[in-house]
Structures are given as C-alpha cells and as structure tokens.
Write a protein that binds this ligand. Structure first.
Ligand SMILES: Cc1cc2nc3c(=O)[nH]c(=O)nc-3n(C[C@H](O)[C@H](O)[C@H](O)COP(=O)(O)O)c2cc1C
Length: 328
C-alpha cells in the first residue's frame, strides 16, 4: 500500500501500572517512534505526597523528566478530591515534570471504592472540577492532560465527560474507547471519538486495541484523530511505534528479530535487578514474556522454560541461552 500521503501520526506510550515502569519506558523509547510516556497512576487519597513517592514512580524526574533518549514522561495522578489533586499537582510541577495526566479510567475495585479512577465517569461534573483545579493550580508551562473511558456501565454520559474535561481548560484528552464494564475486551469503539464537541479544539488522543499499523489507520479513519496511545500492543511488539511511523511514511524499517528481543530481555532483567533487588526482576520479566509471545513464538517457548524459575542466576542462565551466549 502506498501511504506516502498520510500525515505522520503522533504516538504516545500508555501508562500501565506495574508494567510500563522506568526501565520499560527507557527501552521502548530507545527503540523509537514515541513522543511521550506517562507514568502509572500515583494514588492521591488523603495527603500531599512527599517528593520521594513521585521520584520512585518517575525516576526520570531526576533527569529533567525525560527518558535517557530524551522523551518526556508525564506523571499521572488518580484521586477524587479537586483541592488535594491540585496540591499534589503543584508538587509534581515543582519537581519539573514535563506534564501531568489525570486518570479517570482505572477499573480496579479498590480504587473505585475510594471514589477514584473510572467511578468518576458517573459524575462528569467532578471530572470538570478536578481538571479545572489542577489546571488552575499548575503553571501554564506544565501541560495538564486527562485520560477517560466512554463511561462506566454504558456510554450515555460520554459527551458530558468529554465536554467536562475539555471545558476545564486542560491541554489534551485521551479516550480509551471502551466503558469501564467493557474492561479490556475487544472491540474498542473508536467511532465514538467523532462525537466529541471539542469547541476548544484540543488534541484528542485515541486509545484501545491498536496492535498493528493497519489497526492504527482503521482507528484514524473511524475516530478522526491523529494522535494515538499504545498500551498492550507496544509491549507485545517493542518496535510497534517505529513500525507505525515507517508504515505511514512509506519508509522501509527493519523489524526487530527475536535476537534483538532477547538482548532487550537481558537488559530489562539486569536493569530492573540493579534498580530493585535481583529477585524482584524475575516476575516483571515473566510478565513481559507473556505479552511478547503474541508476536514472537520464541517468547512462548522461553516462558515455558522459565515460568518456575525463582532464582536470579537461573533466570540469567536461561536468558543467556536464549541469546545463544554463555552466562556471565
Ligand atoms: C496492566 C495494565 C495496567 C494499566 N495501568 C494503567 C494506569 O496506571 N493508568 C491508566 O490511565 N491506564 C492504565 N491502563 C490502561 C491502558 O493505559 C490502556 O488505556 C488500555 O490498556 C487500552 O489500551 P490497549 O488496548 O492499547 O492496551 C492499564 C492497562 C493494563 C493492561
């Protein structure tokens, strides 16, 4: 297909609790294609959090809020009290975060019970209040964005949710094109993004079920958006961002082979081991293999070999074998 007439899409890496952490953000942004990342959510429940909490979830704050390859990382906040969210946002902005994202989509029961995340989709006026309080409390040089779903049980309130967020003055809005009840089940209802009024004409970012370059073009056609957030697809295929960029500009791009992935796996394991304790690097590695097996059959075979491993040296040995290199 000749895609030379397609304007390049903006691609963002999604926030993913327990998965899209600093080492993964570093690797995926080095592979390329993404213009920004977002941390997993920081829960704001009753206090103004100390700086160390934000540094832990976003170590990039110590480096100008950017990944080693220079891609900005926004800090995501989740909470229901506008004043408290604003006070925490002020702290995050003061730490030099390149932007602040607000989570209105998390389906977790514990989060929803304390009136955070997706449960706020039932009260679009609260979404407005939180977005406005955070926007008003932070310097205008710090972009504030929000991430919503189409609704909680159904999408009847979607226009009000989107209007509430947009009219608050935020800078961009991401829509995960499913309700909370639809969780992560396909399909994503990309066409609903066309219904957003968007009088302020801010960028709308489409999210959900983008696994391939052709999915992205479908999403673009149905949603009318030119900015996209990738989550599980980016983990299954670490070069998805640059593959999409190459596809849309008709530039040939060598896909990552299994050997490249095996090198990333070793890096991931060792970098996480250096950041935490080595034993805590084992589960994230297994978790990533589960995603990778959708695109790389070798990842399924490797997962079968390592799924019972509990010892970091055994894990490194298995990885080195996958890389066809002797263990260090
Ligand atoms: C394991 C996991 C963790 C997630 N954590 C967050 C989070 O911390 N904040 C957030 O806004 N969305 C979170 N999400 C939702 C994703 O950002 C994204 O909206 C969703 O996965 C749909 O995109 P996809 O179909 O490309 O995966 C998470 C999703 C998954 C699967």
């Amino acid at each position: 297909m000749n895609t030379s007439s397609i304007s390049p899409p903006r691609l963002l890496l999604a926030p993913m609790e327990g998965v899209m952490e600093s080492v993964m953000r570093d690797m995926l942004t080095r592979v390329g294609g993404y213009e920004r990342c977002t941390t997993e959510f920081v829960r704001v429940s009753s206090t103004v959090l100390p700086a160390k909490v934000f540094y832990r979830l976003c170590p990039e704050l110590k480096a100008d809020g950017r990944t080693p390859s220079g891609i900005p990382v926004y800090v995501q906040l989740l909470g229901s009290d506008p004043d408290l969210m604003a006070a925490n946002a002020r702290v995050v902005a003061g730490l030099g975060a390149p932007g602040i994202d607000l989570n209105f989509g998390c389906p977790a029961k514990t989060v929803n019970k304390s009136r955070g995340g997706a449960t706020l989709l039932r009260t679009p006026e609260t979404i407005y209040d939180i977005c406005k309080a955070v926007r008003d409390a932070t310097p205008h040089t710090t972009p504030v964005t929000a991430k919503v779903r189409l609704g909680f049980d159904d999408d009847a309130l979607f226009s009000r949710i989107a209007d509430g967020a947009i009219n608050s003055g935020i800078d961009e809005l991401t829509v995960h094109a499913r309700t909370k009840t639809q969780a992560y089940r396909p399909p994503a209802y990309w066409h609903r993004l066309r219904d957003i009024g968007n009088d302020r004409n801010i960028p709308i970012i489409a999210n959900g079920e983008i696994w391939t370059p052709t999915d992205l073009l479908d999403c673009r056609r149905q949603s009318g958006c030119n900015a996209f957030m990738l989550a599980r697809g980016a983990l299954c295929r670490p070069d998805l961002g640059r593959a999409i960029a190459a596809y849309c500009s008709d530039t040939p791009q060598m896909p990552l082979e299994w050997q490249d992935i095996a090198e990333l796996l070793v890096y991931f394991f060792e970098a996480n081991g250096a950041l935490y304790q080595r034993k805590y690097a084992i589960n994230p590695l297994k978790q990533w293999l589960v995603y990778l097996q959708y695109c790389y059959p070798q990842a399924a075979a490797l997962f079968a070999q390592v799924k019972r491993i509990r010892d970091p040296d055994d894990m490194l040995g298995a990885l080195s074998k996958a890389l066809n290199q002797p263990a260090a």
